[in-house]
Ligand binder design. Structure first.
Ligand SMILES: Cc1cc2nc3c(=O)[nH]c(=O)nc-3n(C[C@H](O)[C@H](O)[C@H](O)COP(=O)(O)OP(=O)(O)OC[C@H]3O[C@@H](n4cnc5c(N)ncnc54)[C@H](O)[C@@H]3O)c2cc1C
Length: 467
């Protein structure tokens, strides 16, 4: 399964299909035929050809982790990323929560998160140091009696799943985290086992780990995938500079842009509708010297509403009325973490935007102000603090209708796979996602918890089969 570079003159293609007029992207060569199925095949392209067992489109945390997992299992990998550097997509904005406390058991998200956390903990200690894994624990924060009651219910729900969760009153929370201010009726749910990583360092460490595989790993950085050609086996992909072939698999892991790529390739517009860009802002700032350092990761209780999907939701292929209405105004919920170097990350906003573009990913001054204002309610020591424009992170979370990612083979198209739609959890869910996808591609048993096998695998298959 060695990586190799071939050129067009080395190839002959036997499609058995009728040649037609050349498609637009091959117009420089009049001999280029088009298959009668409608898929574009640039057989006579002057672009150099590259081959590997698996071609991965997208170098965010999902594509990188999938690449690394396949390499570890002996496959050669070619990864195409259009950014000239890492983290130009949602991964660059990720806060780094690897948490269970805000999730609901008996859902695909829970199973993926739980399996991912176990895998992460078993990783090489040097790798964990590079990604700045911190055992910070987590605090979910309530400000009202009603929210405190909700935290109590959540504590018993988590405990039933074997996760030690402790409900603390406002005084105990503020004794633990002196920077916090909570009203008397407030409270906090402390989960010691929750973790935190640095999203950007995670991506960089994964890329470095892939490069250790030498010629088995090819990286086309700064190259955009223009189209995926499904007319013949194996699937071919045209980038701005190359034609690439994944002899076993072509994996679309392009975050929110995956829907567009899949719709264009399959002619099925529903992929575009299934993945929606959900914009998020995150602010990075130095902690004011008078404010106590944060020891734990924290978020306000209302954040859990973004994870309140039922186990049936993965069957849904249309947005709920709430999802459709969101986007009129950004939803702001307080989150805060402290990086290993001590700077503060404050979040976050959620709003659906129409198109995934550079323009839609620009920072909004009003949203930044609203995040800072909300953070000051919980952390009064921030009052008077300001955020430098270059320390504002904006990302388009890839939201899949139904709330769960799509992981697995694309029905009806042998050799084509998808791993996309992780919304606000891509960092937390990437290890199990990569493991599942590699199991599909290599036709190996996934050997994961029974819950995951029963719920996640059929869930993703069904979501795709609904199309
Ligand atoms: C504010 C914010 C906070 C977050 N906090 C957390 C958190 O605490 N924990 C957590 O787990 N998750 C968090 N997330 C979510 C997480 O960042 C995403 O779920 C994750 O990064 C998605 O990864 P991805 O690889 O699917 O997509 P992306 O990171 O978007 O990567 C997709 C890549 O595909 C490339 N691409 C697209 N089209 C093409 C093409 N045609 N050709 C070549 N390349 C292409 C893009 O350039 C991009 O690099 C947060 C997100 C935001 C916005």
């Amino acid at each position: 399964m060695n990586a190799s570079t071939l050129y067009y003159s080395n190839l002959s293609a036997h499609t058995g299909m009728q040649a037609q007029a050349p498609p637009h992207s091959c117009q420089h060569n009049k001999l280029a035929p088009r298959l009668s199925r409608g898929s574009v095949v640039c057989r006579a392209s002057s672009k150099p050809l590259r081959k590997a067992d698996a071609v991965i489109i997208g170098g965010g945390v999902i594509g990188l982790n999938t690449a690394l997992t396949l390499l570890q299992k002996g496959a050669s990998v070619l990864l195409v990323e259009r950014g000239k550097q890492l983290c130009t997509g949602a991964t660059g904005a990720g806060q780094g929560y690897i948490w269970m406390s805000h999730r609901s058991p008996k859902t695909a998200g829970w199973d993926l998160a739980s399996a991912s956390m176990d895998m992460l903990k078993r990783s090489d200690p040097d790798f964990l140091a590079e990604i700045e894994l911190q055992a910070t624990g987590s605090l979910l924060l309530a400000r009202t009696e009603e929210e405190t009651q909700g935290l109590g219910e959540r504590a018993s729900m988590l405990s039933k799943q074997g996760i030690h969760a402790q409900l603390l009153d406002a005084g105990a929370v503020c004794a633990r985290e002196p920077a916090l201010a909570l009203p008397h009726e407030g409270s906090g749910l402390w989960v010691e086992s929750d973790l935190q990583v640095d999203g950007r360092k995670t991506a960089a460490a994964m890329l470095a780990a892939c490069k250790v595989y030498g010629a088995h790993f090819q990286l086309l950085m700064g190259e955009e995938v223009l189209n995926i050609q499904l007319g013949q086996q194996p699937v071919r992909t045209e980038t701005s500079e190359h034609l690439v072939i994944g002899s076993l698999a072509t994996i679309v892991a392009a975050g929110v842009w995956s829907g567009e790529l899949l719709s264009a390739a399959t002619g099925h517009s529903k992929y575009r509708q299934l993945l929606r860009p959900r914009k998020g802002h995150l602010l990075e700032m130095e902690r004011p010297p008078s404010m106590a350092a944060l020891k734990s990761g924290m978020m306000e209780m209302s954040y859990t509403k973004h994870y309140a999907h039922s186990s049936e939701d993965h069957l849904r292929v249309a947005p709920t009325s709430e999802e459709a209405a969101e986007g009129v105004a950004a939803d702001i919920t307080f989150t805060a973490t402290s990086s290993a170097s001590g700077s503060l990350l404050l979040g976050s906003s959620r709003e659906f935007v129409d198109v995934a573009s550079n323009v839609s990913a620009q920072a909004s001054h009003a949203v930044v102000e609203a995040i800072l204002e909300r953070a000051q309610v919980f952390l009064p020591g921030l009052v008077g603090g300001s955020v430098l424009p270059d320390l504002i992170r904006v990302g388009l979370r890839p939201f899949a209708v139904g709330g769960y990612p799509m992981i697995g083979p694309v029905p009806g198209h042998q050799g084509l796979y998808v791993a996309a739609g992780h919304e606000g959890s891509g960092l937390a869910l990437s290890p199990a996602t990569a493991h599942l996808l590699a199991s599909y591609v290599l036709e190996e048993p996934a050997n994961m918890q029974p819950d995951t096998l029963q719920e996640v695998l059929p869930a993703t298959r069904l979501l795709l089969a609904e199309l």
